[in-house]
Design a protein around this ligand. Structure first.
Ligand SMILES: Nc1ncnc2c1ncn2[C@@H]1O[C@H](COP(=O)(O)OP(=O)(O)O)[C@@H](O)[C@H]1O
Ligand SMILES: [Mg+2]
Length: 398
């Protein structure tokens, strides 16, 4: 196949837990991977070769693109302009990047993302750039209003609620220099997410690059719709929603014209309709349940789709609840936490990211409960985990 020309099959831009779990899936298929990340001892670099450099470093990006058959994302903060420059200098096609370079560029600006949904007629809150003294935003959006950073926000870090003009004024220090948007506040019943896959019909040519033919929409498939509960703006619990948001989720991916795997975040309104919040062009926290549900995992699919191979079909899969584990100060060995959980519920499945820097507030692992009473069991397991983890290690005790 392509082995002759490239040292690696897939390059990952970003070396966190999403790259690590994708690489684990790749390695089971004999697919060779490398990652790029500025951090030392990243979750991905512990299990595969890595280049240590900033994600916007054109020379480092060239190294990756030169040596990899395909390149994909671990996060959407890789500056699209730097990727474009690297591709142009190497004379490689933009479709080498999955989900596609234009798609990345649209997604990494939350305003352009909203504009793409509006243009495609996909349901999504109205948004405008906050300009000058902000009067344009107040006039066009009104209150309550969400004020968001256009670039680089995650885990709620670039998101604020302005209930009225006073709140908006209090946030002036944020938006006054530009780079922020205002959007309609959605009165939602709950938040849900759908993992969407889009690929080229393999009968066409499994190794051809994704096309830009506007007549061509490719094949799409969706994982079940999951309810996502946020705590302090960080995804906390994910379990089956018992509703189907796949139609709107697919509309979002088609509006962005991307290929590969996408995590689509949506709001469900009181009347049961769905509105797009945002799309991540990569594996997503809301898809972690798929590691243990009995069907193909989102990481297996991400690897297949990145290589232009068809995704695995789903068999009947078990209800699964995922609980995130968040870093805390003053904790002991995480294995004590796992032991405490398994002593009372051996069916719980653990995924630890082995982060060198497990700062408080960061996602450091997750657990899945599969089968019966999944939400209760996942919550209970996580409480037990935190209790046992909080006990300092023996050598720390004076
Ligand atoms: N337009 C909106 N209306 C109501 N709540 C919102 C809106 N946009 C975002 N939120 C809330 O803020 C959270 C974070 O916003 P999001 O745009 O998803 O940013 P991030 O990149 O930090 O995930 C969402 O999960 C949701 O709870
Ligand atoms: Mg979000």
């Amino acid at each position: 196949m392509h082995r002759v020309a490239y040292t690696f099959d897939i390059g990952f831009l970003g070396g966190g837990q999403l790259a690590r779990m994708s690489i684990q899936a790749a390695q089971r298929m004999g697919v060779r991977c490398i990652s790029l990340d500025p951090g030392e001892d990243t979750p991905a670099s512990q299990i595969a070769p890595a280049i240590r450099a900033p994600l916007g470093d054109v020379e480092a990006l060239k190294q990756i693109f030169m040596n990899c058959y395909r390149v994909t994302l671990e996060n959407e903060f890789v500056p699209a302009r730097a990727v474009r420059e690297a591709l142009e200098e190497l004379g490689r096609d933009p479709s080498t990047l999955i989900p596609g370079l234009d798609c990345l560029e649209t997604i990494q600006d939350k305003l352009h993302q909203r504009e793409a949904y509006a243009k495609a007629g996909a349901p999504s809150p109205k948004a405008v750039a906050i300009e000058d003294d902000g009067a344009n935003a107040v006039a066009r959006i009104g209150f309550p209003m969400m004020v968001k950073k256009r670039f680089g926000g995650y885990d709620g870090k670039g998101t604020r609620l302005a209930r009225n003009a006073d709140d908006f004024e209090d946030l002036r220090g944020l938006w006054t220099d530009g780079g922020w948007l205002a959007e309609e506040f959605v009165e939602f019943k709950r938040e849900v997410a759908v993992m969407v896959m889009r690929w080229i019909e393999p009968a066409i040519d499994p190794l051809s690059p994704p096309g830009k033919d506007t007549q061509f929409y490719g094949m799409v498939g969706c994982y079940p719709t999951m309810e996502t509960v946020q705590k302090d703006h960080v995804c906390d619990l994910v379990f089956p929603a018992g509703a189907d948001a796949s139609e709107v989720a697919v509309q979002a991916v088609l509006a962005l014209d991307g290929f590969g795997l996408f995590g689509v975040e949506l709001f469900e309104k009181a009347d049961g309709s769905f509105v797009i919040n945002e799309v991540a062009p990569r594996p997503h926290n809301s898809g972690h349940f798929s590691l243990d549900w009995g069907g193909p995992s989102q990481f297996d699919q991400h690897i297949r789709l990145t290589l232009n191979l068809p995704p695995a079909p789903f068999q009947i899969a078990a209800p699964t609840c995922m609980a995130n584990i968040i870093g805390r100060a003053g904790v002991g060995d995480f294995r004590r936490g796992i032991a405490a959980v398994l002593a009372s519920d051996a069916g719980i499945r653990f995924h630890w990211y082995s982060k060198a820097d497990a700062r408080p507030g960061r996602k450091v692992g997750h657990l899945n409960a599969v089968g019966e009473d999944v939400v209760e069991r996942a919550k209970k397991a996580r409480e037990r985990f935190y209790e046992a983890w909080a006990v300092p290690d023996a050598e720390d005790i004076e």
